[in-house]
Design a protein around this ligand. Sequence first.
Ligand code: ASP
Length: 330
Amino acid sequence: MKRRKFLRSTGQLGIGLAVVGCAPEISEQTDQTATSKPSGSIAICTWGFKDGNRIAGEALDAGESALDAAIKGVSHEEENIANNSVGKGGRPDREGNVTLDACVMDSNGNAGSVVYVQNITNVAALARKVMEETPHVILAGDGAEQFAYEQEFQKEELLTPESKEDYEEWLKESEYKPIINIENHDTIGMLTMDKNGDIAGACTTSGLAYKMKGRVGDSPIIGSGLYIDNEVGGAAGTGLGEEILKQVGSFLIVELMRNGMSPQKACEEAVMRTVRKAESVKDFQVCYIAMNKAGETGSYSIHQHFSRMEYRGGVNQRIESDYHIKAEES
Ligand code: ASP
């Protein structure tokens, strides 16, 4: 069945939303923040997804749009079965089903998202199809999967022998407790700026390992796992999705940048919202990356060991992130 293409008006709103209760400070760039003119061809992503980030950066250098590059970069990681927290090879829920979440935003403020998708590897590309081919923003579960087949995505087994083996090991104790290291937090959130200086982004994950059936985290939720405003910049989150959702973290960061904060300071403030509100942050991780319209970048987390990949000027490097709980340093 052929779907009618749904065209949107993408007029610039030009409205600066103030975040209630936030008192942003105008800050200098910290040494965590790379500075540059708005040169374009910048890709940053959460964690150490170096190949995906390089692929996105090279696509930008070749003149591809920010959205094309972001999808290309994260698709590589979705297809890479060596990582077990994104796409094929992702860890399953506690019943053994791999369910994927993803979202994308383009430079015109359009957004697409899919949640609880089974049997489809490239869910970021599928989220893009939701954005471009339907009148909706989010499709879930069976509906998203059915739409994927209509868009000629292939059905695939997402549970690899390695993830299955880990799952069977986990079943012996069946204890679920969010932990702070990257073992079960490893979403790829990517922000890209193309040669025109336009910004887009994508976020894709299998979510928390051994999550409850039906659980959806922050990653596919526009404003939480990802937010882009091409007038200001973009942000993406990773870590315990429940905590990111409660702060609408990525939207918060973009609004803080709109009000004058550097990407680094905005990431710090978003993390500190969680730190101030949670009873204890000992047992979970929250991390953000951000980029503004000037091509400045930043990242911050509660705990040590978060990093971002950053591609600019043809160089793809891993930047260790600053973090809140310094006592963890050994
Ligand atoms: N934020 C993701 C979630 O809660 C997990 C992650 O970042 O690895 O689903």
